[in-house]
Every structure is written in C-alpha cells, then in structure tokens.
Write a protein that binds this ligand. Sequence first.
Ligand code: ADE
Length: 253
Amino acid sequence: MIFNIITLFPEFFKGFIENTIISRAVRKGIVGINLINCRDFTEDRYKSCDDYTYGGGAGMILRAGPLAGALDSIQVKGNKIIYPTPSGRLYTQERAKEYSKEECIVIICGRYEGIDQRIVDLYSPDEISIGDYIISGGEPAACVIMDSIIRLLKGVIKEESLREESFNNGLLEYPQYTRPEIFKGLRVPAVLLSGHHENIRKWRLKKSIEKTIMMRPDLLDQVIDDSEVSSEIKEIVNNIIEEGEENGFNKSN
Ligand code: ADE
C-alpha cells in the first residue's frame, strides 16, 4: 500500500516512520510512504502556502493552488483521498478496516485553520475527524490514521493479535498483568494463575463488560442491540446491571 502525504512539514513524519511499526512495514515492502511538500507547488518566491480567509477571521488557511498542484502531481484519480479535519466524520476501527483494502491513499494535512473549501469541492476527500477535540494541524491526525491502517495489513503484526482484537465483540479490553505476581502488595488475580482456560475466558469477558459499562456505556448499548451477540454476554450484562442497581449504581453514572 502506498501513502502519499501532502504536508507543509515533511520532517514531522521522520520519527514516526523510523521508530514505529511503520518502519518494519516499510522495510518489508508492505508499505511505501511518499512525503510531498506543498511548498514545492507555490509560485511566489516566499513559497507561501497559507493566506487570510475571505470574509475575515483570525486564522490562516492553506491556499487551493499549492494543494491542487501537489494533488495533481500524484495523479490522484481513483485513489482514496483523506482530509483530516475536526469538522469531519468520526474515525472508527470499521473505517480503518475499509481503508486497509485500498492500494493507494492520499492524506492532505491541513494547517492553521483548515484548507480552501474548493479543494474539498474539487477532489471530494473523505473528511475525517480523529476525535472531538482540536489539534493544531493535520500531521498528528495523519499519523493516527496511517498507524491504524498499517497495523491491519498482512505481515505487519501477529495475525493472532488482530484476531483477539476482532473477537472482542465491540467490548473494551480486560485488564492484563505480567510478572511479578505481587507488585507493591497487589496480587495478580488468582484465576489468571490457575491455568483453567474456561475460567480465565469467563473472567476476562466479565471484566471487559464491566470496563465497558464504566468507560463507554454507549458501546455497550451497541453490543446489546447487536443480535449476533451471544446470550452469554447479555446475561453477564444483566447480572452486572442488577448487582449495580442493588448497590445504588446505574448505567449512566
Ligand atoms: N485537525 C485538527 N483537529 C483535528 C481532529 N480532531 N481530527 C482530525 N484532524 C484535525
């Protein structure tokens, strides 16, 4: 898979590419990353890529000309184009899975207050938000998106790890422990040392459900609505909710 990253700050990506799973994927030839500096597509001697917005406002936005020049230089027709922006659709694992099927992805990194709308109108990128908060540029968002896609590609991380993630039924991860058995007086739960696989599975499932109820009740609602979900999960959820209600706790707390 090829990533073409259009950015004002190619240097930003160096550490990310060299120090993460990405470097392994690049070395193995699974992924290629082209960094395209949109300053190379300016016409003025100051190589300016940003300007004030028509109608007034505090921030500067990226001009259409250099961005279009960068996009046209890589023949983007038919390639998936992603524009990370806080005004986009929320990024999800499902979308990462869809993107992992593409052969070539272009990511436009906006800076300052965004980009000229005509780039969106002309090139129809997927406008993607990585969360309901503002970061000051598209580069960190591009790294998040790339990482989430690349780790799904065959040969990048252990198939087993991906399988475990996808078997989580939309629940959050259960707590995990490694050596030593006792740390600052806290013991690893006995069930995990028992070697009893079925009990370990049940314990992990219950912990996953408890964690999801505490941290992301919105996800739990989706899990319960999902008819594919096993009756085992539904039963545990109901038990936890009943126990909680007896103790004066309810799901929205
Ligand atoms: N650029 C600034 N904030 C962003 C966000 N939350 N998601 C994607 N791109 C952004």
